[in-house]
Write a protein that binds this ligand. Sequence first.
Ligand code: PMP
Length: 441
Amino acid sequence: SSGFRSLVVGVNTKVPLENGKHVTAINFDNAATTPPFVSVMREINKFAPWYSSIHRGTGYKSQLSSDIYEDSRKEVLDFVKADADYYTVIYVKNTTEAINKLSYRLYHNLKKGVILSTQMEHHSNDLPWRDKYCVRYLHTDRLGRISLKDLERKLRKYRGRVKLVALTGVSNVTGYINPIYQAAALAHKYKARILVDGAQLVPHCPVEMKQVGSPENIDFLVFSAHKMYAPFGVGVIIGPKKYFKKGGPEYMGGGTVKLVTLNKVIWDDAPHKEEAGTVNLMGVVALLAAMRTIKNIGIDQINRFERSLTDYALEKMRRIPDLKIYGDAENTGDKVGIIPFNIKGIPHQVVAQVLSQEGGIAVRNGCFCAQPYIQKLLCLSRNDIKRYIKDTQMLRPGMVRISFGLYNHFSEIDTLENMLRYIVENKEELIQKYQSMQAES
Ligand code: PMP
C-alpha cells in the first residue's frame, strides 16, 4: 500500500547528492523525528487566526484558546484510554523533560528508594534517575532483550525498596516492544509503580493505561509529539493526580500559583503548577490533530504496515554479505520498524555518510543516546570501555540505524538495498574517499 504516503509533508522533497545531482529524499530516521502530517499543518493554519494568550486573557480568542488547551487534556487521556478522574495530563517540551520532571516530582512521593531501570533505556530514562535515587538495571540477553524473570528476581531482591520500574515501551535501538502490562503486574505485586517511556511506543503500537487498580494498570506514561507526526516542542506526562499534590513546582513563576503575597505563596494544583510560564498552545493543537489522524487510520493498521516494511527490509538485509543486524534479525517477536546494523570492515560513520551523500537516504549512526545498550550489543569488553572513558575524542564504536514511519515505502527499501550492496562491494574506496573528505573539512 502507498496509501499513507500522501499523509505527511515533504515526501517529494529533492535533496542534493555529493555529485551535484538531486534525488527524492528517503527518510529512514523516524525514530528520531517524524515529518508532520498534512492534517497537522492544515490544523495549524486553520487555528492561527484564533491563536491567543491563554488562561489570563478575557478576549474571545483568548477564552477560546484556553478552552481548546484545557479540553485537549481529555482527548490525550482518551487516546490511551485513561480514566480522566484519576489521571492528569501535564504538557512539557519532550520526553526528556517529562522524565526529568517526574524524577523531581516523585522524589516528594517515593522518597529515597530503588528505581529499577533496564540496560536498554534511552539516556533520557536513565540519567534523570541516577542522581536522586539508587538505580538498578535489568540485564539484556545476547539478542538485547530483557526478561520478566529478571524483573521479578530484582523486585524480590530489593523487596520493599523498589519504588518505580522505569521501562521503555519500545527500544529506540532494537525496536523491541517490551511486555509493559506484565511488567506492570509484577511491579504492583511488589508495591512498586511503573513508568513507561512511550516515545517509541505511542506512534507505532496501541497503548492503553488499563483500568485503575487492575494489576496491568500503567501508572505513568510519557511521550513526544515530534515522533508522532506533529512538530517539535510538546511532550506529555500522564500520571495519577495524587502524585502531583505534594511539593512546590520545579519551575516557579506565572501560572503556578493560586495566591502570592510578599511573604506567602499558595501553589496552584496540577497540572497548572507543573506548567510554569506561557504554554505551547500551537504545539498542543498540532498534537491533537496528529492523534486524530492516527486514530482515523487505526494504530493497528499502522503497526501492521510498518511490520511488513520491516519484514521486507530484514529479508533483503539478511542476504547482504558482511552485513550484521543487531537484535532479532528474524523479526520473530514483538518489534517495531527499527533495524540497527553494521557492515564488516567499514566504520558506521562512513556507511551513514555514503547513504546520505550518494543515495539521499537519511539514517542515524552512533549510539542513539543508549550507550550502555550499544556497548552490550557490540560485546565491548571492560577494557574497551575504559579506553573510551579515557579518550572521549576517539572514534567511537556504534551502529547504523534505519527506522520506518507509516509513509515509507517498499521501493525505498529497494533503493537502500542497492546502496548497501554498493557499499559492501566498494568498501576500500569508500573508506578512503570519505575519510579524506573528513580530513579536508
Ligand atoms: N526515550 C526514547 C525511547 C527515545 O527514543 C527518545 C528519543 N530518541 C527519548 C526518550 C527522548 O525523546 P525527546 O528527544 O523527545 O526528549
